[in-house]
Design a protein. Structure first.
Length: 63
């Protein structure tokens, strides 16, 4: 008949295979490659946020 241990090993093997396939997929899709042309974008966003914050601090309160 069917051995319960054999079924457990089969299920364990399937899940181990899924983990081995999903791990490289997640790693490859989660990494970002920045080129020298892309690095200035975050600096520009930070500059805009800082400018907006200073503008809000410079406005007079409404009394």
């Amino acid at each position: 008949m069917v051995d319960p241990d054999a079924q457990l090993y089969t299920i364990e093997g399937i899940f181990a295979g899924l983990i081995m396939l999903l791990t490289p997929y997640i790693i490859v899709n989660s990494t970002s490659i920045y080129t020298p042309g892309d690095t200035h974008i975050s600096d520009m966003q930070l500059e805009v946020i800082g400018s907006d914050a200073l503008t809000m601090l410079n406005t007079a309160p409404n009394n």
